[in-house]
Design a protein around this ligand. Structure first.
Ligand SMILES: Cc1ncc(COP(=O)(O)O)c(C=O)c1O
Length: 436
């Protein structure tokens, strides 16, 4: 309804536009897209959905995914529609599609569609929330020394622009021996009376440590219980690693904001991401980029802001690479068809195989904890006498694509994922063994 008014406000007769776009679809015989179905836990069939070269063992697809067939088919369908008649195709799709995307995202993530904003990446999501959070003078944001560049710089820019105070704490010294008790103790000690935001990263992309988000949220909630409403702490998480692996209901994880790109472990279209926020978190945040959602209709004077779902209001507007954004539901559906519990079990199984193999090598220092409760997806290590770049280069020459971590202390990094199998992991391990 709101979108119809928005389109009318843009000077377009919705009825005519829809009719035209339906005719357009009929005339051009666009492929009617049907989601491919895949059996739960069918990893061999899943691998065949990717056009990834078989010349290499791919242990770094988490950086930026290859598009699996259901996603690339949907992109192709939307691309053709847009290329053949951009205005009509956009009007036709724009009527419903953002809401459909948020609905499918909510089915996968948990929570409500209205609480989900659509972005282009984790970085965009982090920058939006850390720019938009309302902070009273004298209050502070507490972050960790285990955050990625995108959190660090979003907070640094916020501090530079507004004078907001940002402080950093370590939640552990040695990643391989991290414990939940230590993390909670250091978090509690780090929070002071001025802390209003805690910023953290679910899975650290330089060590593979998975922070105990639920336990951290519980500790923050206990502190919040003794505070007035205006002094409560918001807990914001960069969840990009972990998302697409862990079988979690994000809305029940305990954090207030959860930000993730969907173009890594989830296999979504490159250039897509989500922010989930609970009502309290969104209520404490100002939009930064005007959305092209029903909020446009408010600007036109046809409706009021309260009628617009918060997630839509917070989704940055302007025209996008819509063919990618509109194909995102296919990635969520694919993961749901595989089964969230199966996905988690499979990635942890391959992680365990990797870590057990590396732990037996005397020339290797493993930084990632052995426990699945404290790690997820990424396995990070050093080889004695070699820097990370050389390890990656040598393995590449043997047909194995890994990566080095883009941090000041850089390590070599394996990311066994759903497209890998036990034999590939064994082959990669044997090449690392040969580096002794
Ligand atoms: C922990 C972490 N956060 C954020 C990012 C950036 O993600 P995006 O490319 O979706 O912005 C990365 C890696 O690229 C990362 O490792």
């Amino acid at each position: 309804m709101l979108r119809r008014k928005f389109l009318t406000g843009l000077g377009i007769s919705v009825g005519a536009s829809l009719l035209a776009s339906k005719q357009l679809l009929a005339e051009t015989q666009l492929p009617v897209y049907k989601s491919n179905t895949i059996a739960p836990a069918d990893w061999t069939a899943l691998r065949d959905l990717f056009p990834l070269t078989k010349k290499y063992i791919q242990l770094s697809t988490f950086l930026l995914t290859s598009h699996p067939k259901p996603v690339s088919d949907a992109i192709e369908m939307h691309r053709r529609g847009l290329d053949e008649n951009p205005a009509d195709y956009w009007h036709h799709r724009f009527e419903t599609i953002d809401n459909d995307i948020a609905e499918t995202a909510a089915e996968y993530m948990g929570g409500k569609a209205k609480n989900i904003a659509l972005t282009d990446s984790t970085t965009m999501g982090l920058a939006l929330i850390y720019s938009g959070l309302k902070l009273a003078p004298g209050t502070e944001i507490l972050q960790t020394v285990h955050d990625h560049y995108s959190t660090d710089m979003s907070l640094a820019y916020r501090a530079r622009r507004t004078g907001a105070k940002v402080r950093r704490i370590a939640l552990y010294e040695n990643p391989s021996t991290v414990s939940i008790a230590d993390v909670i103790k250091l978090l509690r000690e780090g929070i002071n009376k001025n802390t209003r935001v805690v910023a953290a990263t679910w899975v650290h992309s330089s060590t593979g440590v998975k922070l105990p988000i639920r336990a951290m949220a519980n500790a923050i909630n206990l502190i919040n219980q003794d505070r007035s409403k205006d002094q409560q702490i918001l807990f914001c998480v960069d969840g990009v690693h972990g998302f697409g692996i862990e079988n979690e209901n994000i809305a029940a994880l305990g954090c207030d904001f959860f930000v993730a790109g969907t173009h890594k472990w989830l296999f979504g279209p490159r250039g897509t991401g989500v922010i989930w926020g609970n009502d309290r978190a969104w209520a404490n945040t100002e939009p930064v980029i005007p959305s092209f959602s029903a909020s446009y209709d408010v600007w036109l004077g046809n409706s009021v802001q309260e009628q617009v779902p918060m997630g839509e209001h917070m989704s940055p507007g302007g025209f996008h690479s819509f063919e990618h954004r509109w194909a995102l539901p296919e990635a969520f559906k694919l993961h749901m068809q595989l089964g969230k519990a199966n996905v988690q079990q499979r990635i942890h199984q391959l992680n365990t195989q990797t870590k057990e193999g590396l732990a037996k090598m005397r020339h290797v220092t493993l930084y990632t904890p052995q426990s699945s409760a404290l790690s997820s997806g990424l396995v990070c290590f050093d080889v004695a006498g070699m820097n990370a770049g050389n390890v990656v280069k040598t393995l590449h020459s043997k047909g194995i694509i890994m990566s080095s971590t883009p941090y000041r202390n850089s390590y070599a990094r394996f990311a066994p994922s759903l497209i890998n199998n036990e034999q590939e992991i064994e082959k990669a391990l044997s090449e690392i063994r040969a580096l002794a």
